[in-house]
Design a protein around this ligand. Structure first.
Ligand SMILES: *[C@@H]1O[C@H](CO)[C@@H](O)[C@H](O)[C@H]1NC(C)=O
Length: 309
């Protein structure tokens, strides 16, 4: 009861009522162009389902030991269960945050599928082996023992560093081509929460930046730098991804090495196209060649058309 007491007092307080107007305006401004959804909006937002599905099962399994099929089975739409997802060994604060992120992804899946329709969960590879391969690719040699995302909090946060950021930059990239007022509203809401998740993950890693990730003699900061460099390499479109510590020339206003948020010269978020996102998420550097998190490729018009070439 005690934690809710202030809220109850607030609700009972006569000031709350008397301070407000009797008829406040809460309706949004009417849209300038009164078209709710354009056809391209559908393809671009459905494309995002590929990433949202990866995140949903990764976070839910890590926090709870069970995934979308147990929380909201209708959203999986009969897609196959993910490969290798499991409960992570997390400290309780992190576990609760990741559980919240997992539920947020369920909401995102529901919002997208009810607004623009969708497809069944694609086959996902969330195995320790897949993450170990990403880290080996990031460092250019085989980490020994192989990296295990599920073994402790720091490893899990490093593995999480890999995912919401791709959602964030994908949404920023999609923005200019989303034209309906309903789909614009959806995109902004998704983008803001993905950016929030990425920032929380980065901040939790930042606090341990200079520590070694046992048993390797590699710091947390170096892991983030290598993962970001790998993604830049795979996507093949220059620097759009930065670790937690950068040469100051890449930091905010070219003045600082601390880089808790990855952004461009004017501190605006980087943007990526669906092809760039797929090159990274497939881990192949090739949007026509599936692999990585999506062993059979992404679904939806955009990913399927790229796979067909
Ligand atoms: C892709 O989605 C369609 C529905 O849009 C579904 O019929 C098909 O089985 C899906 N393909 C894969 C590989 O999941």
């Amino acid at each position: 009861m005690v934690p809710f007491l202030p809220l109850i007092l607030l609700l009972l307080s006569p000031d709350v009522v008397s301070l407000g107007q009797s008829n406040p305006t809460c309706a949004p401004m009417p849209p300038v162009i009164a078209i709710p959804i354009f056809p391209l909006d559908v393809d671009l937002l459905q494309f995002a389902l590929n990433l949202e599905h990866i995140e949903a099962d990764f976070f839910l399994f890590a926090a709870l030991g069970r995934g979308l099929d147990s929380i909201a089975p209708e959203l999986a739409m009969g897609g196959p269960p993910p490969i290798g997802a499991r409960k992570a060994n997390l400290d309780e604060t992190t576990r609760l945050i990741i559980e919240e992120f997992g539920y947020q992804e369920v909401g995102h899946l529901r919002a997208i599928k009810t607004t623009v329709g969708g497809f069944p969960r694609p086959l996902l590879d969330l195995s320790a082996h897949n993450f170990a391969k990403i880290m080996n690719d990031a460092f250019g040699y085989h980490l020994d023992p192989p990296f295990d995302p599920y073994i402790d909090t720091i490893n899990f946060l490093l593995a999480s560093y890999v995912i919401p950021y791709m959602g964030l930059v994908g949404y920023v990239g999609a923005n200019p081509n989303i034209n309906g007022y309903v789909t614009k509203r959806l995109l902004a809401g998704l983008l803001a929460v993905e950016a929030g998740q990425d920032a929380i993950i980065r901040d939790r890693l930042y606090q341990h930046m200079h520590e070694f990730v046992p048993p390797y003699r590699i710091t947390v900061a170096e892991f983030t730098d290598r993962i970001s460099a790998l993604r830049n390499r795979l996507a093949m479109c220059g620097i759009k991804d930065e670790g937690l510590l950068v040469p100051p020339v890449l930091g905010a206003e070219g003045r600082i090495a601390t880089n808790v948020i990855s952004a461009n010269r004017n501190s605006l978020a980087y943007r990526r196209t669906p092809a760039e996102v797929l090159r990274v998420v497939y881990g192949t550097g090739n949007e026509h060649q599936p692999g990585g998190f999506l062993p059979k490729g992404g679904n939806g018009t955009i990913a399927r058309e790229l796979l067909a070439h």
